[in-house]
Design a protein around this ligand. Sequence first.
Ligand code: NAD
Length: 503
Amino acid sequence: MGAVAAKQEQGSQKNVIISRNPATGAILGEVPEQSVDEVRAAVARARDAQRQWSALPVRERAHRIGALRDVIVRRADEICEAISREGGKTRGEALTMEVMLVADLATYFGKRAHKILAPEPIPLHLLKNRGSYLHFVPRGVVGIIAPWNFPFSIPMGEAVMALLAGNGVVVKPSEMTPLIARKAKELYDASGLPADLFQVVTGRGPTGAALIDAGIDYCIFTGSTATGKRVAAACGERLIPCTVELGGKAPAIVCADADLDRTARALAWGAFANSGQVCVSVERVYAHESVYEELTRKVVEATSRLRQGDPARGETDVGAMTWDRQMEIVEERVQQAVGAGAKVLTGGARLGGDGLFFAPTVLGDCRQDMDVMRKEIFGPVMPIMKVRDEEEAVRLANDSHLGLMAYVFTKDTQKGRRIAERIEAGSVMVNDCLLTYGAPETPWGGVKQSGLGRTHGPQGLRDLCEVRHVNYDRLALRRELWWYPYSDKLYGRMLKAIRWIFR
Ligand code: NAD
């Protein structure tokens, strides 16, 4: 359950994906599992449309994408309802973490893309008679393979950037949340942008694999580390450049001098927003021994106040999980931790009924060797471990195969920054959580097995283009010193020149 089941479509041999509401189990609709040929046809259509699109000036593309942004803002409520219904997150989270994020990203890059993608001169330090510059050419068709935890903002944030950069786009959404992707296509079509330029193909893993094999020019994959490795290998075989945004295990270091009230509230939000199904959710807390007891008490208090239930209600803080298999993983992690000596301070189990609700859970007395501290949980569970000092906290934070995001809590911002710089993660926030995916100007991506490449930021936009180099003559000489014919005299002059240059 959670969203998916397979059945034979009546009267045909085609598999379909049935989508369900994870809060109630009710069937919402179904989509086809599209064939290799259908995926190829979608890429071909996007490529045809992309030729004209890429010829438009960047400002014109930005203007037209502004119309998509306007449709998204106008129909925000309807989008939030769709996200909440199929994904299980609260309506408020759908608005702030998905709709607002795409609208802001489209606005931010819409205003700046023409500058970011303008040709960039390269001053040559030696060859003063020549000029060089970079120019940015759209790659062609970008394939976007997306997960279920942010079913609107991933892929639509990436799609907006790829379109701005002059590409066509084919999205393969998660099989858990295909209807939201369909809604995105409906909004796109309502914006007046060229219909074939943006396509959605539905299916499971094989449909994603088919997309990589369908002649795309760039792949943005967001999902688990295990699948990301397969995707990167498939792209490597075809020499398709890719960005892979993978799993996280974000540590939060709580220093002795942290503001514990703010920290407890931040950690509760960072661990339980979207039912903990955020790649940068707070997944392990290292608390200085001098504040461990008080912090734990405050975190439990903050957690106990959370209202869990119907994600469509405005007063709900924590909604449903999206996928039943993910909830089983969360249960396994909690049981393993408790078996190994962790204490359930609040929560600890799924709620009864048809919906996929797991109670926001705080675990105390955790140790680094527990699965809950080492493997991604991806659910509403906050394990807390006591550490002797900040040195130990940094060492344990770095003792992970993942490195997407980390958090440091201290009243001393300078100290927070010093600690942040020592943590092996793509981004580190001091005294806050989760937020920077929503800051389009900052780079997004991980180190270690959390991924390769960056989305967002100027680099994220430029990566969606081929960076090409032109070198031209500013001052035409009759011949260059190092051309034929070679001679002892030429050698002597070159030697003198080299000694003078590197004197
Ligand atoms: P997943 O890897 O199971 O699936 C992701 C997508 O890949 C789905 O659309 C799936 O159908 C497709 N897929 C599966 N096999 C494929 C194959 N062989 N070739 C091509 N595509 C294939 O991940 P998920 O469960 O949907 O997402 C949860 C994971 O995503 C978590 O680990 C989370 O941390 C990670 N995530 C990372 C970020 C980030 O920015 N780094 C953001 C969100 C989620």
